[in-house]
Design a protein around this ligand. Structure first.
Ligand code: G6Q
Length: 544
């Protein structure tokens, strides 16, 4: 079925008609009508419980959405991905991040070659290296122990490592410093190296292609920094390692390929934090914890493949995203982890989802005539409550939110945890049920003020709960979102694994760089706005 026909299918039309009915139903009523609602709309998998009862749905909604998933071949597409078929159509590549966490004895083939032994060979080498850095047997050029690790990488080669390091800090070696340089702004490099002794610093250059402008620029600057500080070109060998698919590029840069940790073109950048790109994570938390994280990913992979659709967390979450995105015209999805260590989780998911599903043509290259990926944003609670939650509670937009909480605190200030969790539960409750004018009046609210105070409720949320934020849970949580993104992409029939939209800007920047750097100031042939900005920059640069 061509995708453009999607919105004319009986199921899609039934969902439109159903939405028209249910949009006026209030969660207050839906809960009052069914005392078992929470139980009915809760599913569990890989250590994560998803309570999706506070969504604007009923049993019919879920049945229709599951029918849509079936008609769009979500399960069949999932199986094709897990089998290693070239489901990334626009790049003619397999999509096999799931192989990165497959157990040793599993067989997953790409073009007839079992990739699982390759994955484990790299994991073993990474483990050996990480152990050496952690126990001090890998020393820097001057013989000093490595105490600082700086990951140089951007996009998919940065967001995952930084997010995971911050999320798993309680499991990390606290005697070591971990920093991340992504932006080509020299301020990023300068801040990352500030106060560090080059003799104790290891750079992990993370780049799938080893050609990315930002990463190569920062890596060259890092190389010059090390050579200048340690006074020897040979220092590079002990202070640089690489995570890449590009052996020749790594060699040309001057990193010995015995210090290169490889991955493969079937791992997309934003799906690579559990590949060699996770080396800095592994050095931080140790190989055992890293493998526990992979086990968490794998547990969710298994759940996605085996749980029945009506109990399948990624499918349900993906379909609920489609529900609001396509039938309620919701533009965004908020991610609110109630955990300080999850501060970069929303940013990580922003790339995962927006780069994957921000697409305007379907797999048959037709321009879609329905909405695709929502805008993803968010902040950890409770901070957001004192800032933008106002708009979610009383604004005019519908903003579905994912609330994420952990039962067991990791900090020694455990009494804070009750307050944190109380706020999480209270926000989901307030958003769903609100407070009426009558309720305010009964409490003696003055008439002039009551209309301002009313919170209508009926704001949808998912509530995700897990035992504690540890490596295994983090792995499961990330895989849950990966497969939710997959489910959405399958419904929309788009390529969730390419990212052509980011190319044009890169090409234009390469054209402008010489126009800023060439002292002869070549004539400008852009539009009048771009020309004016470049001229202004040139004038400032001349005065520097
Ligand atoms: C992710 C994208 C993109 C990529 C960066 C870095 O899916 O492909 O974010 O990860 O552009 O690319 P390199 O790892 O090749 O440097």
């Amino acid at each position: 079925m061509a995708s453009r026909e999607l919105i004319d299918t009986p199921t899609w039309r039934a969902l439109v008609a159903h939405q028209a009915k249910i949009k006026d139903a209030h969660l207050r009523q839906l809960f009052a009508d069914d005392p078992k609602r929470a139980e009915k709309f809760t599913a569990e998998g890989a250590g994560i419980q998803l309570d999706y009862s506070k969504n604007r749905i009923d049993g019919e909604t879920i049945q229709l959405l599951l029918r849509l998933a079936k008609e769009r071949g979500v399960a069949a597409r999932r199986d094709a991905m897990f089998r290693g078929e070239k489901t990334n159509k626009s790049e003619n590549r397999a999509v096999l991040h799931v192989a990165l966490r497959a157990p040793r004895d599993e067989v997953i083939e790409v073009d007839g070659h079992n990739v699982v032994p390759d994955v484990h060979a790299v994991l073993d080498r990474m483990s050996e290296f990480a152990d050496k850095v952690r126990d001090g047997s890998w020393t820097g050029h001057t013989g000093k122990r490595i105490r600082n690790v700086i990951n140089i990488g951007i996009g998919g080669s940065y967001l995952g490592p930084e997010m995971a390091y911050l999320a798993l800090r309680p499991f990390s070696d606290r005697g070591m410093t971990f920093r991340f340089v992504s932006n080509v702004d020299g301020a990023a490099f300068s801040e990352a190296t500030h106060g560090l002794d080059a003799a104790e610093t290891l750079f992990v250059v993370s780049s799938k292609t080893f050609t990315t402008l930002e990463t190569m620029t920062n890596a060259k600057t890092a190389r010059a920094w090390v050579v200048e500080k340690l006074g020897a070109e040979e220092a590079v060998a002990k202070h640089f390692v690489a995570d890449s698919t590009n052996t020749a590029g790594v060699e040309t840069f001057g990193i010995d390929t015995s210090h290169m940790f490889e991955f493969w073109d079937w791992v997309g950048g934003r799906y690579s934090m559990d590949s060699a790109i996770g080396l800095s994570t592994m050095i931080a938390i140790g190989p055992e914890n890293f493998r526990a994280m992979l086990a968490g990913f794998h547990a969710m992979d298994e759940h996605f493949c085996t749980a029945p659709p009506e109990k399948n967390l990624p499918m349900l979450m993906g379909l609920l995203t489609v529900w609001y995105n396509n039938f309620f015209d919701a533009q965004t999805l908020g991610i609110m982890p109630y955990a300080e260590h999850m501060s970069r989780f929303p940013a990580y998911l922003q790339q995962l989802q927006m780069e994957s599903n921000g697409k305007h043509v379907d797999l048959s290259t037709n321009h879609v005539n329905y909405q695709t990926g929502p805008i993803i944003w968010g902040e950890p609670g409770t901070d957001g409550q004192h800032s933008f939650y106002q708009l979610i509670h009383q604004g005019t937009k519908i903003i579905p939110c994912d609330f994420i909480g952990f039962m067991t605190p990791l900090s020694s200030y455990a009494d804070h945890h009750d307050l944190l969790m109380a706020n999480l539960f209270a926000q989901a409750e307030a958003l769903a049920f609100g407070k009426t004018a009558a309720e305010f009046k009964a409490e003696g609210s003055p008439d002039f003020q009551t209309p301002f105070r009313v919170t209508e409720g009926n704001r949808p949320t998912n509530l995700m709960l897990a035992d504690r934020l540890d490596p295994k849970t983090l792995g499961s949580l990330i895989a849950l979102y990966e497969h939710s993104v997959f489910t959405q992409g399958a419904v929309w029939d788009i390529d969730s694994f390419d990212q052509w939209g980011v190319e044009l800007g890169k090409v234009l920047a390469l054209r402008i760089i010489p126009e800023l750097q060439d002292a002869a100031e070549p004539p400008l042939k852009h539009d009048s706005s771009t020309n004016a900005a470049i001229k202004r920059y040139r004038a400032y640069k001349a005065r520097r």
